[in-house]
Design a protein around this ligand. Sequence first.
Ligand code: PEP
Ligand code: MN
Length: 339
Amino acid sequence: MMIVMTPHALPEHVEAVRQRLATTGVHVVVMPGELTTAIGAIGDPEGVAELGLEGLPGVDRVVPISRPYKLASLELASERPSTVEVLGRKVGGGTTFALIAGPCTVESREQTLGVAHAVKAAGASMLRGGAFKPRTSPFAFSGLGREGLEILAEARAETGLPVVTELLDVAHAELVSEHADVLQIGARNMQNYALLDVAGHLGRPVLLKRGLSSSLDELLQAADYVLKGGAEVILCERGIRTFETATRFTLDLGAIPWLKLHTHLPVIVDPSHAAGDRRLVEPLSRAAAAVGADGLIVEVHEDPSVALCDGPQALYASDFAAFAERVAAHAALEGRTLA
Ligand code: PEP
Ligand code: MN
């Protein structure tokens, strides 16, 4: 339910409503607006209706929140669109375009530092790289674990780039959040609700990837799990399963403008995993900029032919600066500058 206050409601009126709601155990979000304050009450709608809040001073009306997702919805935003800021680098807000780039997987110190310096020089705003990797086969390289996280922390110290890395399992929660600036929840874990709940409480923003076969309603409800714990969320469209097998996944470009209509959260695009082929990464990146994405997360390697994971979709580090410049030109057409 949403409690809309009158334009003349006083702070103590808002506080009285908040306290009354708190007695029912619902999750309360106070959203001061330009004219009026709205108070979101998420939980048992009948319990809230029974409180008779319409009779309290300063209350204008009590209306149901119609969407299955709540905290992620545009209706419940205190800031539209919202911005996630990490070490001074912004994602979201409508005027910037974030380039998050780096290797699929941390393979060695040299490989990671080399790519980190290359993407930094080309204007990337954050470094990506997996230390714990979800692999389809249990026989594939699954990352360096703790050592990989330490290499990422060293890359941050050298370049100043915030680190985005995957939180694969609740068992790694403390270790990963000690080393990372942004916690990535991978596509395969989008509906791992226990992990989402833990990730929401680690005090780090979460980059939430859309599940391979998840609807946008499900994505936003997954975001609600993280937001409920207090963490900020960046959404990522990374391609979904369709009947088409020519590309690794089907990049759902329509998802971006749809999400912009329904959520205040920043939305970025991963063209690398969607395409599975580096030749498609730039056209999809330009398209992402054109449909209003807040940025990209892209895989880059100095020598993709020897990459231990996802080599065919990795951009060459030596090509990244020119790529970034062309994508930035497309983002500029949408009124955005590189973050
Ligand atoms: C990744 O970003 O390295 C990754 C595994 O992505 P996804 O979860 O989208 O497959
Ligand atoms: Mn990858």
